[in-house]
Design a protein around this ligand. Structure first.
Ligand code: HEM
Length: 180
């Protein structure tokens, strides 16, 4: 299921093998830019009341998250889409459900991150004829990640609903598809 999911989303979204190759040599540039992207990402989030509340619900959480986001940015440019890739993104989605974060915050944060990362990474490729292609590849990779995270949100929330109501999964899926 994981490989099929990634394959399907990559084909539909146009995240090609060529994109994958371009991403794979962007790691040194990402290492240089990640500290600025990460710092700006959390500064921006802290401006939002709900995000601030969640981020500061535990001491040391923001520092821990800075580490998580840095590794996520690195893995984004690895261009390696095995099972591990899917599983990690899927877990990120679950973790956000666990901390009570509504999906719209993740979507908005990704929107913000895409622009910030593109702005800072573009400077690294000022003289590179592939610069625009690289930024598009990065953006597509973020969309792939967002897609996996949202799938996991959806699955986790259905799981919670079934637990609370005692509904069977088959019955629930039949109801959704209008089968009664
Ligand atoms: C581009 C969007 C985002 C990305 C890529 C991202 C990435 C991550 C990652 C990699 C983790 C660690 C998951 C794990 O434990 O395996 C995480 C956890 C978490 N994220 Fe996000 N995140 C995003 C948006 C947000 C937003 C908008 C908030 C707002 C408050 C947030 C708050 C948290 C919290 C509270 C945790 C749990 C931290 C803990 O374990 O103490 N994230 N996120």
């Amino acid at each position: 299921m994981n490989a099929k999911f990634i394959d399907e989303v990559r084909k539909l979204g146009g995240l090609s093998d060529e994109d994958q190759k371009l991403l794979a040599d962007m790691r040194p540039a990402m290492e240089r830019q990640a500290p600025a992207i990460v710092a700006a990402f959390y500064d921006n989030l802290q401006q939002n009341e709900r995000a601030y509340e969640i981020l500061n619900a535990e001491p040391g959480r923001v520092d821990r998250l800075k580490g998580h986001l840095t590794h996520w940015l690195y893995s984004l440019v690895e261009g390696n889409y095995g099972d591990d890739y899917f599983d990690k993104r899927y877990r990120i989605g679950h973790r956000h459900v666990e901390v009570g974060l509504e999906p719209r915050y993740v979507i908005a944060a990704m929107m913000w991150c895409r622009i910030k990362a593109s702005e800072l990474m573009s400077a690294e490729y000022a003289d590179d004829p592939d610069a625009a292609h690289r930024m598009a590849a990065l953006s597509k990779a973020m969309d792939l990640d967002l897609n996996i995270m949202l799938q996991s949100y959806d699955d986790k929330r259905v799981e919670q609903f079934l637990e609370v109501t005692g509904f069977s999964k088959v019955l629930f899926e039949n109801m959704l598809s209008g089968g009664g």
